[in-house]
Design a protein around this ligand. Structure first.
Ligand SMILES: C[S@@+](CC[C@H](N)C(=O)[O-])C[C@H]1O[C@@H](n2cnc3c(N)ncnc32)[C@H](O)[C@@H]1O
Length: 278
């Protein structure tokens, strides 16, 4: 697998860049597989929640930052929705298998001209945490709902890294969050407040839940973090919090049955656009 070279990461006044440019580049070998490992961890709970919220026949859906399209395909094949527009800034991972009802749309959801129409269901998983101005994004995505439509947003929450005993694993996690923030602007600090952003965006029946997968050796989440650290290695080392040997030691924690750390998890928040204007 290709590793990032720290000398390639631009530093200095330019500030944070974009997801997929300085880290997690779609053209790098294995990036689709890394996204799929995350999907393997979270698709079941995402899909259960979407079904619970009424995803089913006749619905028109938007999957924002659709990645490899696993949620879009589940909605079409298992929930029988009518249509999914899967939007991503790079749609190469959506180009493969053809599925009836699936439209791949290459677009930057932060651009002012992004206007894909109105939907019964708008979903985004692990996307807003990488974008600037989450409050503005929540408002924008809420504005894409038909009356009665539902917005479902999932992003990462890290419940333990700061408070758990300092280990190579928690040090690597801290370096990862800081490194991603410095290079591509990733920020998970607002995520626990997402329900309030939905309320502020005029949505109702707002609620949230958290899923934290167990960190077991060889599990998809352990493999996901190992892959993610390899891709973000330069950004992590650039923070000065960790070096290459420290990251390798943290990866050994992931493989050890003795290691008892907790993974960051996924907070899912949902809310509905009022059926009639108040
Ligand atoms: C961490 S991946 C998550 C993929 C998928 N949602 C999942 O959970 O399996 C983030 C995705 O968001 C896309 N993305 C990031 N910034 C974007 C933007 N500004 N507009 C559209 N897509 C974006 C990336 O290209 C990537 O596919």
């Amino acid at each position: 697998m290709a590793r990032e070279d720290s000398s390639r990461i631009p530093r200095g006044p330019a500030g944070p860049g974009l997801y997929g440019e300085r880290v997690f580049r779609p053209q790098d070998e294995g990036e689709a597989e890394r996204i799929d490992l995350g999907a393997l961890v979270y698709d079941a709970s995402t899909f259960a929640r979407l079904r619970e919220l009424g995803a089913g026949p006749g619905m028109r859906c938007l999957d924002v930052g659709a990645g490899t399209g696993t949620v879009a395909r589940l909605l079409l094949r298992e929930a029988g929705v009518a249509e999914v527009v899967a939007v991503d800034r790079d749609i190469r991972f959506l180009a493969g298998e053809r599925v009836a009802g699936l439209t791949a749309l290459e677009a930057d959801v932060t651009s002012p001209g992004f206007s894909p129409g109105l939907f019964d269901l708008v979903h985004a998983r692990f996307v807003l945490m990488h974008l600037p101005s989450p409050a503005r994004m929540v408002e924008r995505l809420a504005g894409l709902l038909v009356p009665g439509g539902v917005l479902v947003l999932s992003d990462a929450v890290d419940l333990t890294t700061e408070s758990a005993p300092r280990t190579p694993y928690t040090t690597a996690m801290r370096a990862m969050w800081l490194g991603l923030r410095e290079t591509i602007g990733t920020d998970v600090s607002w995520v626990p407040g997402c329900p309030w952003l939905m309320v502020a965006a005029g949505l109702e029946a707002v609620a949230a839940e958290i899923h934290v997968p167990p960190l077991l050796p060889g599990s998809p989440i352990s493999r996901f973090w190992a892959e993610t650290w390899d891709r973000a290695r330069a950004a992590m080392v650039g923070t000065g919090l960790v070096d290459d040997a420290g990251i390798d030691e943290a990866k050994r924690c992931l493989e050890s049955p003795e290691y008892a750390g907790m993974s960051p998890g996924m907070l899912t928040t949902w809310g509905r656009r009022p059926a009639t204007p108040s």
